[in-house]
Design a protein around this ligand. Sequence first.
Ligand code: 6A9
Length: 742
Amino acid sequence: VGFVFLHFHLYPTIEKVHPLPNVDPESASVVWGTYRPQIYFGLRTRSPMSPLFGMMWYEQPNTVHRPHIRHWCNQDDRLPGYYWYEADGRTFGKQNISEHHKGVIQTDWVNDANGFGARVKLNMAPGRRYNVVLYFSAQELGTRFRLGKHLRDIFHGHSELLGTFTFSINLKNGTQLNASHSTLLSDERIPSEKYHDFVLESTQAFNLPNQPLHYLLNEKKNTEEGKFIAVQLNLGNKAEFEMFLHSSRTDKLKPMKTEELTHSLRVRSQNFNKKYEAAFQLGGKNYSQTQLKMAKVALSNMLGSVGYWFGHNKVLFNNMIHGYGPHTLFSAVPSRSFFPRGFLWDEGFHQMLIRKIDPKMSLEVIVSWMNAMDTSGWIPREMIVGPEAEAKVPAEFVPQKPDVANPPTLFYVMDKLIHDEKTVGRYAGILKLLYPRLEKWFHWIRITQAGHSRGTFRWRGRNSTILSELNPKTLSSGLDDFPRSSHPSDNEYHLDLRCWLALASRVLARLAKSYGTETDYLKTSKVMEELNNFDNLVKDHWSEEQQGFYDYGKHSLDVALAPVPVSGGPRPFEYQRVTSRAPTYQLVTDVFGYNNLFPMMLKMIPSKSNILKATLDKIRDPKILWTNYGLRSISRSSPYYMARNTEHDPPYWRGYIWLNINYMILSSLRHYADQPGPHKQQAEKIFHELRANLVSNMANQFRKTGFLWENYDDKTGEGRGCHPFTGWSSLILLIMSDNLDT
Ligand code: 6A9
């Protein structure tokens, strides 16, 4: 009975918890926003029923090669840069998209209670010709579109959510349409990840007399009313047009016009800039123009790439793939091009930034993630929800595993939110409802990721049989290939996880104090004391000899990837891990890097302790973690430094510089610099040096490449990995503004 009971509790029944109420009682579901972050310019409302709006464009090729459509943000487009440089994630945004040959496309938009208005400007190289396609697509049977007769009423239709609506286009003076516009209406069900394919398939080369070749939409209408509708504007190299969606949802408003669009854009931009300066106060800080620009792009992009998804996750459970959902996820994303979906631990970092300017949005997002929890307390690490999200992920990475956790960074944000008087006053109701959810989550992590002995913890999900990896990955930790014990076993325990739980328990105790009963508070305080006991941490993880904190497990100090003869494969050998010295149970002392800094990062080391000094020394040592561009992820003297994990997997968290961890380090340096103690000055000095290095390198890279990057090279400072990466790399703004929340 015990087993069944435990099993029932530990493994999700994959049944969702009851959703918490909307933070925003006004109906967000009819308000348009840039909630399709994976496309260059797309809008939808926060309702599963929302029609999707999007824009595509292509350059008219002068040859018989089919045009290359731009639609989904894609690194292969090799655009020299694209970013929201002002955006609040709610009411407006201004974006610059740099095209090849020094072309620029601007997309600016605002919403109102009945729809949206947008202005698009093309300023492309002389002699080139561009084609812009604007489309709407229905997501449910109640939404239907019809074609109108002229640009002023190019489409109209009706939907359950919006009532009847019209869409109009206004070509600005001087903008010539090369051939007249053409339209497409279809009643086929086009999967939402295939819109550009559909448009491309509907495109044909036309040889018009005395004109170069044109690829145009082959005017098509297989129905009177349809589910997908598109209009094409066949333009030259310079063009400007506006578009307005107006629904009859409330009859208070007249359709938006040019003057209102201009006016709203101006007023919202002014308000945004005012709020921005109030929140981050970069004004008097002596930053260069590039640095200031990067800072505002960082925030605007974070907000401009908040997304909304609807659908089911795939979950691997009992050796079968189950659907889990449906979910409606409202979340920021790490990267519009590569990772345009929700990641649990990334989200805590995103909200550290967003809450500074829009705490209500942070709460809306946290509520959304808490609603993704199942009845056992598990939350998927990645929310790959709906066909658009799934289309970006190779099939083998889609299924989520219900025994796998991810760092509970949302506690980190909650801590800040409940220390902010305004937020506490205004959102007491939802904070109170969040408390039991967070407690459930905490409890789930504590139970399911427990180690063998009390107070130790182990990330689940490491592969103990795989031979092709130098060190089996720990995806659950978020630090993926950061080396742990070489031979995964049930007896190992992990430093970072223990520190995350210590932090979470501290926040939970504070939450219990404000929103729980007396008993809750006593209970959580006890847990907090246990998990934050520094002597126990030292006992389990500290090496006196190495003067560092380490993981523990079955570990060999001598492993390497080497070709091993095999038969029956495509090659006579395979790269495998070879172990020259047998593994024994010990601390993992040949690895020092981000994982080993967690006791300091989460401010668990007493400020007077020699352990703090030892940690600071290692941080500042160029042979270990120090570089001119930020702290590298793994010591240069570790055998794992820059080591490939398999023949095909390059190093990832094995040397490169990552912003989320550098942010946490800076935050703890600030903390120790402000505490009395013998190491105060050392912390202060390193704080300033590290901050200056990060800011100047990221701004240099931004100037050179036009992007914020996933991580940075520790030898050259160059941006690496995917781009744009305006998830946690945007924390550079908090760093610049000295908002390090000690
Ligand atoms: C692979 C390939 C189109 C990896 O920022 C998101 C995550 C972090 O949470 C994690 O800590 N990134 C970090 O180690 C990117 C994760 C990508 C995983 C999916 C599929 C898709 O190629």
